[in-house]
Design a protein around this ligand. Sequence first.
Ligand code: ATP
Length: 271
Amino acid sequence: MTAAVLRVRGLCVDYGPVRALTGVDVEVPDGAVTAVLGANGAGKSTLLRAVSGTLRFHGGAVTEGSVALGEDRLHGVAPARIVAAGVVQVPEGRQVFARMTVADNLRAGALGARGGRAAVRAALKRVHELFPVLAERAHQRAGLLSGGEQQMLAMGRALMAGPRLLLLDEPSLGLSPLMTTRIARTVREINAQGTSVLLVEQNAALALKLASTACVLENGRVALAGDADELAASDEVRRRYLGVADEDAATETGAAVAAGTARPALSRWSA
Ligand code: ATP
């Protein structure tokens, strides 16, 4: 059995009187990509904020449960220490420092890095290999990059800290299909190089292709969880998140049952 790099147990989060997460259990197996799916407002960003320790900047707080990186407890720990422990978030909407150059944005990412100058040089080399455009545009102001290039910069900046676990919030948001494919390829490459990924995506088809495990959040609770390929094949996910019409799914399921090739049911977690 693979050990989990991240283990979230019974997590409850409130924004003042608003309960955003209730009893959420999520695990990222070491070396895996785990996807979190769900409709608008389901609690996906809140989950990432709870892991990165940034909830307090949004007026939120963990009220119950735990978050652990390996054996280390993360909940209640300051965001800078969470980065130093190896967990780095790429926030939704990219949020690069628009007036700073590309090179300075990357340098800023290295501020929380573990290791010394050699580690920073190695991280910069890795980022330039993954995103050659960031080397070509090193002295350009980040705000002048295209949306896709800004997404690359946001990911590159996160990688400068040498994370063990990368938290990606909607990396495909607002990007062209071509750029989305490029970003997806890079996520695969980053993961193949040994970085685990917790990926929040509205684009369920993309997320389930990239991930090995996934969960679906509904109204702040885990509604479904399992292997990504099993989720991708489940009627409920196909209908609700992959846009496959009922009739279509019913016909396919009927055929699978008749042929004896129907997949086992996923765990439907009671709310
Ligand atoms: P989206 O896909 O639209 O980004 P999401 O799944 O990431 O949605 P969250 O942004 O985590 O969902 O929101 C979960 C719940 O918490 C929602 O009901 C939302 O209104 C509420 N919420 C989120 N941020 C805040 C905040 N800063 N203050 C108060 N309530 C918030």
